[in-house]
Write a new protein. Structure first.
Length: 153
């Protein structure tokens, strides 16, 4: 996999554009991510993580994390679209001061989720558990950064 470009390079090439901060849309995405996270918890509790549902777990984790990142970007006055938009959202994590290892894991998650969606890749229970651990690790960090800004306005 090639290295992740800087967030600023995505602004320069037009993948990311500056917008007026959209706190309403950011709030909607945050709430959707929270509902999806609750659903994922119920799924884990009732069904568990198995080989036959690993892809679904991974996709849900991906959706939760990317909704939270998009919410933070919108709140910060950025919107990504087109080819490379998801990579730009991953790159935005650098601006939030996430460790390089977290940014790289998120980029791998982006890559593997696309492999599921576009190439029929089957991922295993072990990777699904790693993704769940990663979700637990960074979800609240992104959420608290969104909530901090919400209380400042």
């Amino acid at each position: 996999m090639r290295p992740i470009k800087s967030f600023e390079s995505f602004i320069e090439d037009g993948t990311v554009r500056r917008i007026r901060p959209d706190k309403n849309r950011a709030s909607f995405l945050r709430k959707e991510a929270e509902k999806r996270k609750i659903f994922l918890g119920e799924l884990q509790e009732k069904i568990g993580v198995r080989e036959d549902n690993a892809n679904y777990i991974i996709e849900n984790c991906y959706d939760i994390l990317f909704e939270m990142l998009r919410a933070k970007m919108l709140e910060s006055g950025y919107s990504a679209s087109g080819l490379g938009a998801h990579e730009a959202e991953v790159s935005f994590m650098k601006n939030l001061l996430f460790a390089d290892e977290d940014v790289l894991f998120m980029n791998d998650l982006r890559y593997f989720r696309n492999s599921i969606l576009y190439y029929g890749k089957i991922l295993d229970k072990e990777y699904a558990n790693k993704v769940l651990d990663f979700l637990s690790k960074i979800y609240h960090i992104i959420k608290s950064s969104i909530n901090q800004n919400a209380t400042k306005t």
